[in-house]
Design a protein around this ligand. Structure first.
Ligand code: KIV
Ligand code: ZN
Length: 510
């Protein structure tokens, strides 16, 4: 048998749209979830958990919409072990090409006593009835023993044995609170696998949180002890300190396939673009030193390293930036670049747009190239992301002006175009230029959302960089994100605010 033959295929279960999205500050609107879902499909995940359908009408609708467009991977919906949850899951997944109902119930003493107020026998009974009920509607049923890492391993084996008998095809071992140590977790997975009655007929999965920074290490330890499926998220987003990061697990498997004897079917060249998209739609930035997708992941600063890399990249690089979709294309795009060069760069960046959008962003690229000498890959990504929005433009920026200074406060004037073509103008005073303009916008739209997050950064380094603004607004406990890019930071802020307002108007149907 060759080395290749011995490589196991690990199932990648992505939960960016469920566990990731439920993390503070990571909410996405419907259009953003659809964009991410399409990108995850292109990345090649085996299963995507699209949401928790019973948790809100919005979640139910978004799982439905995702199930309707995704064809190349399984779409899962999370449900508590309750019939009403499973009914919502079934409704949400009705159009999925490959649906999976994912039910869960806690098995640790602390959760059973204080949260569920159930004894172990009652837990077993509830699991059996929930899995049997789910199985009536869906052949693919996953059962998760919440807080498994703090549960009695023999009790987990008993629960899993019953779940499998009732029809579960995958059983999942979560380290819900990120408590486990790698060696210990690996052994736990091996033990449960070996001692679960009927375990040979099911897939074993793990779902690890990152409270001690060990989510990826624990997931890899689980693979070494026979786990078949890994639950993870893009950029590691998720509850509290997050979930295991998909890109780190996938690249560890790809780079150390010799050692781990396992791999995935992920198209790794899609990793960087997917990471950028998730960061842009959630407004959660990736730390610069983050493995695989951080800005510094492939940057060599020390002279001795630079020399080594120039002579032979393998001296200091265990994988190439291109292998994760980071283009190191050095050809400069500027105002003399033609359409061909622009299209070539788009495809090198893994970005595809329809011909109409291409027209629009090529014109925007020319405008930008007039203002900036060099248009970077990041600028191009920003143009494409901006153009990809499916949210209708209820409000469009027409004109703006700000008068500001040290003593007198700021006065902002803005004119917006409404969807019916009419233009509305407003002047407002405020505490600084952004405050004055945002107040004027609120007066025009007749709503007063709270500004929950306002972040401004530069797309590339240098004073010629475009400003990129992220905002998050809240109204009646609902949240919307917006992003704006411009060579002028006030304008990028206005664009971001209007994008969030448009997402709000769209969802509220106003
Ligand atoms: O962390 C956890 O235990 C979960 C389960 C619902 C799988 O997210
Ligand atoms: Zn979780």
């Amino acid at each position: 048998m060759t080395d290749q033959d011995k490589t196991r295929q690990i199932t990648i279960f992505d939960t960016t749209l469920r566990d990731g999205e439920q993390a503070p500050g990571c909410s996405m609107n419907l259009q953003e979830k659809l964009e991410v879902a399409k990108r995850l499909e292109k990345l090649g995940v085996d299963v995507m958990e699209a949401g928790f359908p019973i948790s809100s009408p919005g979640d139910l609708e978004s799982v439905k919409a995702i199930a309707g467009i995704v064809k190349d991977c399984t779409v899962a919906g999370l449900c508590r072990s309750l019939e009403k949850d499973i009914d919502a899951g079934r409704e949400a997944l009705a159009r999925a090409a490959r649906p999976r109902i994912h039910v869960f119930l806690a098995t640790s003493p602390i959760h059973m006593e204080y949260k569920l107020k159930m004894n172990p026998d009652q837990v077993v009974e509830r699991v059996i009835s929930a899995v049997k009920y789910a199985k009536k509607f869906c052949s693919d049923v996953e059962f998760s023993a919440e807080d498994a890492s703090r549960s009695d391993p023999d009790f987990v084996c008993r629960v899993f044995g019953e779940a499998i008998k009732a029809g579960a095809t995958t059983v999942n071992i979560p380290d819900t609170v990120g408590y486990a140590m790698p060696g210990e977790f690996g052994r736990l997975v091996g033990y449960i696998r070996e001692h679960t009655p009927g375990g040979e007929g099911a897939k074993f999965s793990v779902h690890v949180h990152n409270d001690l920074g060990l989510a990826v290490a624990n997931s890899l330890a689980a693979i070494e002890h026979g786990a078949d499926q890994i639950e993870c998220t893009i950029n590691g987003i998720g509850e509290r300190a997050g979930n295991a990061s998909l890109e780190e697990i996938v690249m560890a498997l790809r780079v150390r396939r010799d050692y781990l004897k396992a791999d995935t079917r992920i198209d790794t060249t899609q990793i960087y673009g997917t990471s950028r998209l998730v960061s842009q739609v959630t407004g959660v930035k990736v730390q610069p030193n983050k493995a695989i997708v951080g800005d510094n992941a492939f940057a060599h600063e020390a002279g001795i390293h630079q020399h080594g890399v120039l002579v032979n990249r393998a001296t200091y690089e265990i994988m190439t930036p291109e292998s994760v979709g980071i283009s190191k294309n050095q050809m400069v795009l500027g105002k003399h670049s033609g359409r061909h060069a622009f299209e070539d760069r788009l495809s090198a960046l893994g970005l595809s747009v329809d011909p109409q959008t291409l027209e629009r962003i090529f014109a925007e690229f020319k405008d930008l190239a007039d203002k900036k000498k060099v248009v970077s890959d990041r600028d191009i990504e920003a143009l494409v992301m901006g153009a990809a929005s499916m949210v209708p433009e209820t409000w469009k920026l027409d004109q703006w002006a700000v008068n500001t200074g040290s003593a007198l406060g700021a006065t902002g004037t803005i004119r917006l175009q409404y969807k019916d073509g009419t233009r509305r103008k407003q002047v407002s005073m405020g505490d600084g230029p952004i405050d004055s303009i945002f107040k004027a916008i609120n007066q025009i739209i007749g709503k007063d959302p709270e500004l929950e997050l306002y972040e401004i950064g530069a797309i590339t380094g240098g004073s010629a960089s475009q400003g990129e603004t992220m905002v998050k607004i809240t109204l009646d406990d609902r949240h919307w994100n917006g992003r704006g890019v411009s060579t002028d930071v006030v304008e990028s802020s206005i664009k971001a605010y209007i994008a969030a307002i448009n997402a709000m108007e769209w969802e509220l149907g106003t």
